[in-house]
Design a protein around this ligand. Structure first.
Ligand code: GDP
Ligand code: MN
Length: 388
């Protein structure tokens, strides 16, 4: 789960990290009132759950109430990479002399958190990472002992900081690491961490990603979820207890178990297809859950074929087959299905599907090939119908 910048900054503030003074506005009038309270210049910032707002024109300075109002009117309602801006953060603008990058991220390959720093922070950090990867410094952190002071100092020196700025940076890095740890985050990022003209360091931007699997330990954080930023499919999936990620391809996947879902996507790609989604219906899935998952998949207009791949352990394949057939009675779709059932009661399940004239497969490879072919045929038929 991702947090908005203003939410992330509130959490940083609670951990005594330096963040600019500011407030949220949901209308141009509110933005100008906030600006009046803060004093000029202010910065007006789009609050959307995506980066690159600066480059998209979603971060702008204003020198008066009128200007703040006009800029807020421009930014509110703006679309930034598919995200509609519903509120802006108005802050007292900082006088920046340098922009640094500081982040804590879970390094899944190393299975350790890593603190990352770069002396060239700001909106071009991706470019810096691509062109000059050595400019980014890493300090892997042992999860049991946490970030050590010498590591934070080494990073500060690598970033060219000395004296009071070095001390301030090490303090900020260790507090940021504590934020990462105490919130069960997978990413806590400050970009830019600005060195102001008076020499002080301030977190001008903040990004926090939380580990969904740990949210049960943080009900107060779970309440920060911005459901207005989720697609209807994501909301429906979450309330049905399905783990669902929408993708670009044409083959809808309905699978039990995250590992099997990943493998299914891989095999589809191996045979030249593109999965339309990742969908894990979980273990012991009952017929009604299968139905909900099917509705979710078929609501995606890009789906040309649905591949159901279920391994029955706790889940019984006959129960899954019953779910599929029951759902198809009420859904009524032209989209072809390919079903592969294996494990507990697979024979019974398959027999039920075959009796209902559904396409079944024995192996995953066979199922994927059938699905890729069916999706292709459907796409060709579509293209023939609409010559444009
Ligand atoms: P992002 O583009 O989504 O990462 O948004 P940021 O919050 O990082 O803002 C982008 C850029 O706007 C920063 O790198 C700064 O250069 C600039 N910026 C942000 N806040 C201020 C501010 O208070 N004063 C000034 N002068 N520039 C700012
Ligand atoms: Mn930023």
């Amino acid at each position: 789960m991702n947090l908005h910048e203003y939410q992330a900054k509130e959490l940083l503030r609670e951990h005594q990290l330096p963040v600019p003074e500011g407030a949220i506005a949901r209308s141009p009038g509110e933005a100008s009132q906030c600006a009046e309270r803060l004093g000029y210049p202010v910065v007006v910032k789009a609050q959307v759950l995506t980066g690159g707002r600066g480059k998209a024109g979603g971060v702008r300075l204003a020198g008066s109430a009128e200007e703040a109002e006009r800029i807020a009117a421009d930014i509110l309602g703006m679309d930034i990479r598919g995200h509609t801006v519903r509120c802006v953060l108005v802050e007292r603008a900082a006088a920046i002399s340098r922009e640094l990058y500081l982040g804590v991220v879970l390094d899944r390959a190393a299975r350790w958190p890593t603190v990352m720093g770069c002396s060239r922070g700001g909106i071009d950090i991706e470019q810096v990472a691509a062109e000059d990867p050595t400019a980014i410094r890493y300090e892997p952190v042992h999860p049991l002992i946490g970030l050590q002071a010498y590591q934070a100092r080494r990073l500060a020196l690598d970033l060219g900081l000395t004296g009071a700025q070095l001390r301030s940076f090490t303090d900020i890095a260790s507090r940021l690491y504590r934020v990462y740890e105490s919130l069960d985050a997978t990413l806590v990022e400050v970009n830019p961490l600005a060195v102001l003209q008076d020499g002080t360091l301030v977190a001008l931007d903040a990004k926090i990603n939380l580990d969904d699997s740990a949210l049960f330990r943080h009900p107060e954080l779970a309440a920060l979820r911005d459901t207005s930023a989720e697609t209807t499919a994501e909301q429906a999936a979450r309330s049905a207890g399905l783990s669902y990620v929408s993708l670009e391809g044409s083959i809808g996947c309905l699978v039990n178990g995250a590992g099997l879902a990943m493998a299914t996507m891989d095999v589809i790609k191996l045979f030249g297809g593109e999965p339309a989604n990742f969908l894990d219906i979980g273990g012991g899935a009952q017929a009604d859950k299968v139905g909900q998952a099917m509705r979710l998949l078929l609501a995606d207009g890009g789906v040309r074929c649905v591949l159901i791949n279920v391994f029955g352990g706790i889940t019984r394949c006959d129960e899954v087959a019953r779910g599929i057939l029951a759902a198809l009675e009420s859904i009524r779709t032209e989209v072809p299905f390919v079903v592969r059932l294996e494990g507990t009661n697979a024979e019974q399940g398959r027999a039920m599907l075959v009796a209902a004239r559904m396409q079944t497969a024995q192996t995953l490879a066979e199922a994927a090939q059938l699905a890729v072919a069916a999706a292709r045929t459907a796409a060709t038929a579509d293209a023939a119908r609409s010559p444009a």
